[in-house]
Design a protein around this ligand. Structure first.
Ligand SMILES: Nc1ncnc2c1ncn2[C@@H]1O[C@H](COP(=O)(O)OP(=O)(O)OP(=O)(O)O)[C@@H](O)[C@H]1O
Ligand SMILES: [Mg+2]
Length: 463
């Protein structure tokens, strides 16, 4: 016979001035699989609380110094503190009542059956774990809602991306953000920083493509006075500037090959040596980088060191181009219209259905940045009292595929894209695809017929 599954061990903080009691109870609890830290006074127990983070506290009521009730009061004042179970030899019922009213989890009179205490402790620890989990979830939800306002988008990919950002924001793992120009890589880098425990520290963004190769090392690692011509005064580099915070290496692919080895060493040793110096300085930073070119090709072509690449891409976040998440266009455009209108103290201009169809059909090679500029132009045009098309006055010259098509046709193109995408994602599953699209299965079926989409074709076409 095998033993039943062992429950996760409970960490019990045991406080009792009676040594015999402490030892026998401690032994019993340890044998029952608990982790026990025992104290003979309330004061040291309380001091150890933050360090030890027990799941539950068992305390005697009457002790020299702080009593069990005093300890209860102090513990209860800490948000998220563990539950307290009181034990008394005195059959002190009025005190027990008071303790329960003050928030004790339970109360036991000596002598008691140790198994009964174990049951109470198990329940208390479970309740504590649950309420902790709830608190974490609530905090996470608040973060997510906050992120909602900086990284907009209701498409599945954007929702998933926000989740991923929250998941990795509080780790120290280096993150590589991939995406075309204007997709929001810098927004993501900033969000990772803001949401991390380093949020109060500096966020230093460095565009690797903007630093002349000859100045690269000094810019990154700093230099001493007189280290080279023109370096009159000593200067900290970006690594030192970002200490305690996040260093964002933008356009990582542009980092000169000759300096990549030094970069790697600095990252691995968490130390930098300023140009002209010998003494290393320690740098505690979190690294986030971004690229809009495929670094794998750069690695294959020998333009980027493979070891540095693997050092920096522990976590990869991919920002999809706007054309692949067209359902986000209305939300984003309306948002930018409102922002720009507010800047100029105007009412946001009303959009016609033609406007919307044009926006939907455009290719957006410049992604969200292009969309943002289009919104600004639209507001400026409205300010000048010019009623123009949403992408400028020229007759659709700037529009991408589908520009100038009648609304109905443009919308059908869009609908078709969305449906095919959903079917692909869900491997042709009708229920799941309908769910993802927020429509009923029957409606989806009707649309397949109307838009002439062959479901098997769609799934078959997948690589
Ligand atoms: N999801 C989004 N929600 C709100 N604003 C966004 C979003 N994505 C991008 N933006 C805005 O679009 C503009 C471009 O974003 P960002 O600078 O982060 O792009 P990028 O990927 O770093 O581009 P590049 O590769 O050209 O540097 C910024 O003004 C940014 O605030
Ligand atoms: Mg950028």
């Amino acid at each position: 016979m095998t033993e039943g599954p062992k429950q996760a061990s409970i960490h019990v903080m045991l406080v009792d001035d009676d040594r015999e009691m402490r030892e026998s109870l401690g032994l019993f609890l340890t044998r029952s699989g608990c982790l026990v830290s025992a104290f003979d006074r309330a004061e040291p127990a309380f001091s150890a609380l933050e360090d030890q983070r027990p799941d539950v506290i068992v305390t005697d009521l009457r002790m020299p110094g702080l009593s069990g009730l005093d300890l209860l009061a102090k513990v209860r004042a800490i948000p998220g503190a563990p539950p307290v179970v009181l034990v008394s030899a005195h059959g002190d019922v009025p005190m027990a009542v008071e303790a329960m009213r003050d928030g004790a989890y339970n109360f036991l009179e000596k002598p008691f059956e140790p198994r009964r205490l174990l049951t109470i402790l198990t329940h208390a620890a479970e309740a504590h774990a649950l309420s902790n989990q709830n608190r974490r979830l609530r905090a996470r939800l608040a973060d997510l809602v906050g992120l909602d306002h900086t990284l907009l988008g209701e498409s599945r990919v954007m929702k998933d991306l926000r989740e991923d950002i929250l998941d990795v924001s509080d780790t120290e793992a280096p993150v590589l953000i991939l995406g075309e120009t204007g997709t929001g890589k810098e927004v993501v880098a900033h969000a990772l920083h803001d949401l991390s425990s380093r949020g109060a520290g500096p966020f230093v963004a460095v565009n690797c493509a903007a630093i002349p190769e000859t100045l690269f090392e000094a810019s990154m690692f700093g230099h001493l006075g007189g280290a080279f011509t023109g370096a009159t005064r000593a200067q900290d580099g970006y690594f030192v500037e970002a200490r305690g915070g996040t260093l964002f290496l933008d356009e990582l692919g542009a980092c000169p090959l000759e300096l990549q080895a030094k970069l790697l060493r600095a990252i691995e040793t968490r130390e930098v040596v300023p140009v002209g110096g010998t003494r290393p300085r320690s740098v505690d930073i979190r690294l986030v980088s971004a690229t809009n070119e495929g670094l794998e090709e750069a690695v294959a072509a020998g333009r980027f060191r493979e070891d540095l690449y693997y050092r920096l891409n522990t976590v990869e976040l991919l920002l999809p181009p706007l054309r692949d998440r067209r359902e986000d266009i209305p939300l984003l455009f309306t948002h930018f219209l409102e922002c720009h209108a507010a800047t100029y103290g105007l009412e946001p201009p009303a959009l016609t259905t033609e406007d919307m169809a044009t926006l939907m059909a455009h290719g957006w090679p410049g992604n969200v940045r292009e969309l943002k500029h289009a919104a600004e132009r639209r507001v400026l045009a409205a300010r000048r009292g010019r009623g123009v098309g949403v992408l400028g006055s020229a007759s659709g010259a700037r529009m991408g595929e589908g520009g100038g098509r009648p609304l109905k046709e443009a919308m059908a193109v869009y609908e078709r894209t969305l449906i095919i995408e959903a079917l692909k994602v869900h491997g042709g599953g009708m229920d799941a695809a309908a769910d993802a699209l927020g429509i009923g299965r029957r409606t989806l079926n009707e649309k397949l017929v109307k838009l002439d989409i062959n479901r098997l074709d769609v799934v078959g076409r997948q690589e």
